[in-house]
Design a protein around this ligand. Structure first.
Ligand code: ATP
Length: 447
């Protein structure tokens, strides 16, 4: 099979020697235990696309049912992982979930996941190869797209063979994202975001039918939603949205999500406009820019801040954000968004002295100011920029230490003195230490 050779060459090239060694040992262990071992999912896809990957997903298929003494049996994946542990004694084994995925981690952080093909508890017909094939086939049939439903057999006499039950190789060739069955998006609407993610990241197109399935699933989900039913798992949706809204291709992804009706999950009126895109670009640029000055701002949360801006116009924004488990800072920003904007924007006029701008903005933290800047008209944006770059960082000629030396008793009135001084410094009425001292002595005479 031509694919077989191509894949082997690519695996040599794309896998580090260590991973190659681990895969080899895993294949030998599977042989010894009479199990079938497969590399599955995104790893196979990426190898075939000649993309490096450090994510090895393995699936193990037993040719016979697990013998149990009435207890929940340990999956084949876990058994294989235990056997690998005898070869790599320094690894740590963790077992996740109902389906017993084994995660084997090396001391330096390298890891592999070994799952058990999911039909191991079924009564099997006798013929071994058929059983093996049907079992891994079931495992692959649960997956999202044909290009993610390929498996590479790693051991036994079929080692090197690609299992392609759903036309994934052809779809890779034609650069197409295709679901395995019409109900796929209804089963799991987060797959719509995944479809967009892969399409944009890999430069693939959604197959025509797949696009239609996505659109009809979107409208179905929306109908449920309007009845108060949220028919998708919010943590997974959050995870997928985080992925696409953090990536460099987020603009394209948003357009495609909009086209498929998937943004309307979040809010029925949500749509992409040039104005919104500009705001989202701006918020990213500002977060990036100011993170060098203010290390605490939410730059790492850019996806959430972008979503905040997208839903902020709608009265249900906080409700949507709560369902997506936004952090508390984000929920606060959304709750206050309209009040801040409506109160501050009319007051922030271009002729306002810096001290007054600072006073108006003093209760906002930096991320809040940046979110407001993203939606502000140019004149107000300019003020916010100067506030964040200069006025908020102004160096004071005097501090508490100097006030003490001047004879002022430490106490709460220090704040009053320093605030009054700050106003003068901001408006450049005071620029030197001497001027500052004179000002303080005159305005706040010592008893
Ligand atoms: P990436 O390179 O971005 O990690 P990936 O294909 O490895 O892409 P994962 O999210 O790590 O994506 O998932 C691994 C595999 O699990 C996928 O290739 C796919 O076969 C399957 N999978 C993941 N999420 C879903 C889902 N929501 N529905 C069906 N199958 C899924």
């Amino acid at each position: 099979h031509p694919e077989r050779n191509r894949l082997q060459v690519q695996m040599q090239k794309l896998l580090s020697p260590r991973y190659r060694d681990i895969l080899q040992q895993a294949a030998l262990a599977a042989d010894r235990m009479n199990l079938q071992l497969y590399l599955v999912g995104g790893t196979v896809r990426d190898f075939l696309l000649n993309l490096a990957t450090d994510d090895l997903d393995l699936v193990v298929d037993g040719n016979h049912p697990l013998v149990t003494n009435g207890e929940e049996p340990e999956g084949w994946g876990v058994k294989l992982a235990r056997s690998l542990q005898t070869i790599y004694p320094k690894t740590k084994l963790e077992i996740h979930g109902k389906f017993q995925t084994a995660a084997l981690t090396w001391p330096d952080g390298l890891w592999i996941d070994i799952a058990t093909a999911r039909t191991e508890f079924y009564p099997y017909p006798a013929a071994l190869p058929e059983v093996a094939a049907s079992s891994i086939q079931q495992d692959l049939y649960r997956r999202d797209f044909t290009i993610n439903a390929l498996a590479l057999h790693l051991n036994g006499s079929h080692a090197g063979q690609i299992l392609d039950f759903f036309g994934g190789l052809e779809d890779l060739e034609n650069r197409t994202i295709r679901v395995l069955h019409p109900n796929s998006f209804i089963e799991d609407p987060t797959r719509i975001v995944r479809a967009v993610r892969f399409a944009v990241r890999l430069g693939f197109q959604l197959d025509g039918r797949t696009r239609e399935y996505a659109q009809s699933a979107s409208s179905l989900v929306q109908r449920y939603r309007s009845k108060g039913i949220w028919a998708y798992q919010n943590t997974r949706l959050k995870q997928e949205l985080r992925y696409v809204l953090t990536a460099s291709y987020w603009v394209q992804a948003l357009y495609q999500l909009d086209e498929l009706g998937a943004l309307q999950y979040l809010h029925p009126k949500l749509a992409i406009s040039q104005e919104l895109l500009q705001q989202l670009r701006r918020v990213g640029a500002w977060l990036f820019h100011f993170s060098s000055i203010y290390p605490d701002i939410e730059r790492h949360n850019i996806w959430q801040v972008r979503l905040e801006l997208a839903i902020a116009p709608y009265p249900e924004a906080v409700e949507v954000a709560e369902r997506l488990h936004f952090n508390q800072a984000g929920l606060n920003r959304l709750a206050n968004f309209h009040a801040w904007r409506d109160r501050l924007f009319p007051q922030l006029t271009a002729d306002l002295p810096p001290s007054q701008v600072a006073k108006l903005l003093e209760r906002l933290n930096v991320t809040e100011a940046i979110v407001l800047a993203a939606v502000a008209p140019a004149s107000i944006r300019r003020l916010l920029y100067r506030y964040l770059s200069d006025w908020n960082l102004i160096k004071m000629p005097l501090g508490g230490h100097e006030l003490k030396q001047m004879g002022y008793k430490p106490g709460r009135h220090y704040q009053t003195i320093l605030n009054a001084l700050r106003e003068k410094v901001l408006d450049r009425e005071i620029t030197t230490v001497a001027e500052a001292e004179t000002f303080v002595k005159q305005q706040f005479p010592l008893p």
